[in-house]
Every structure is written in structure tokens, then in C-alpha cells.
Write a protein that binds this ligand. Structure first.
Ligand code: FE
Length: 183
């Protein structure tokens, strides 16, 4: 029964997102699936579950450690859109992941990038949950779930990719203000 319920939830989620442009887009992930998706075993940052719970907010824990999804068009997304130049690091371990240079407005309700700033800190893997095939995006340093990456959606970006990332999984580090010239 839970399988049928999950499919129903996915269907409703996709129906809500039907208005996204330029093509139908999927959310970073659909719902918490802690039991089906253990975190990668290649973590360089190894912490116990109790340590992660202490370090992260409940919403960050849900996204990063349970492959959850934040609400579309939420507080983190509003903050993301307002942020200027800077670097986006992992909300769990601080690894450099994305740059403001590569963000773009996909109108999907989650932060979108067309490329990672530091590819060695970003890894992907196939995600076959909910009857589909998607590509999950993870932090290579701590194994935290970040979102998913989609290709071929028709955005006018250099890579034809949309890294659809949960805002709470990221921490923004503003670019240091240029030193003022001395008089
Ligand atoms: Fe990390």
C-alpha cells in the first residue's frame, strides 16, 4: 500500500509542478526515503547520526541526511534569489559546491545552477525511486543529499543542465567586498 501511496504523492507533486517552464520539470526529489537510500560510503566527513542531528537544523537533516525535499518557493529559495555574488558551500560540511556565476532562474521553486563550481566536491548517482530514473546530486565530501540534475530541458544556459538543489542544503558565502582604494 505504501508503494501505491508514494506513486500517488509523486503524481500529485508533478501535477502541481506542471506549470513550470520551459518543459515539465521535476522537483529535487519527492519525499523522504530514509530506508531506501543509504548515504554513500565514500564520505570523507564521517559523523554519526547523532552528530549530524546536533549539527543540522531539522529541515537540513531531513534534506541532507534523509534525501528529503524542502517546500518549493520557500524561505531558502527567496533568500537564494536575493543573494548576489558569492560561493555556495555544503550546509553539512562546508565543501565548496556551486558559484553564483552559474545560477540561473528556472522558475521551478528551487535554487538552480547550470554547473558546479567545484566538480570534485559534487557527485551523482542514479536514483530509481518512485518508478522513474533520475540523477541524484550529492556532496562528495559528506555524502549529503543536495537534489537532482536534469538535462535537455531547453534552458538557454551553456551546459543544458539544471542542478536543482535544495536551498537549505547550501550555505551562501558572499564574495568578499573589494578593498576600498585608499585616498
Ligand atoms: Fe557536504
Amino acid at each position: 500500500m505504501s508503494h501505491i501511496r508514494n506513486r500517488l504523492v509523486l503524481g500529485l507533486t508533478l501535477a502541481v509542478l506542471g506549470g513550470c517552464t520551459p518543459k515539465e520539470m521535476l522537483p529535487p526529489t519527492t519525499m523522504s526515503t530514509p530506508s531506501q537510500s543509504p548515504r554513500p560510503d565514500t564520505n570523507l566527513v564521517a559523523k554519526t547520526d547523532a552528530e549530524w542531528r546536533k549539527l543540522l537544523t531539522p529541515e537540513q537533516y531531513h534534506v541532507l541526511r534523509e534525501a528529503g525535499t524542502e517546500r518549493a518557493h520557500g524561505k531558502a529559495y527567496a533568500e537564494f534569489k536575493a543573494q548576489g555574488a558569492g560561493t555556495y558551500v555544503c550546509g553539512g560540511c562546508g565543501a565548496e559546491l556551486f558559484s553564483s556565476d552559474h545560477k540561473f532562474d528556472s522558475h521551478c521553486g528551487w535554487p538552480s545552477f547550470y554547473d558546479p563550481a567545484n566538480a570534485k566536491n559534487v557527485r551523482t548517482r542514479e536514483d530509481r525511486s518512485f518508478g522513474g530514473v533520475r540523477v541524484e546530486v550529492l556532496c562528495a565530501q559528506c555524502g549529503g543529499h543536495l537534489g537532482h540534475v536534469f538535462k535537455g530541458e531547453g534552458f538557454k544556459t551553456p551546459t543544458d543542465q539544471r542542478y536543482c538543489i535544495n536551498g537549505v542544503a547550501l550555505k551562501f558565502v558572499p564574495k568578499a567586498a573589494a578593498a576600498l582604494p585608499t585616498p
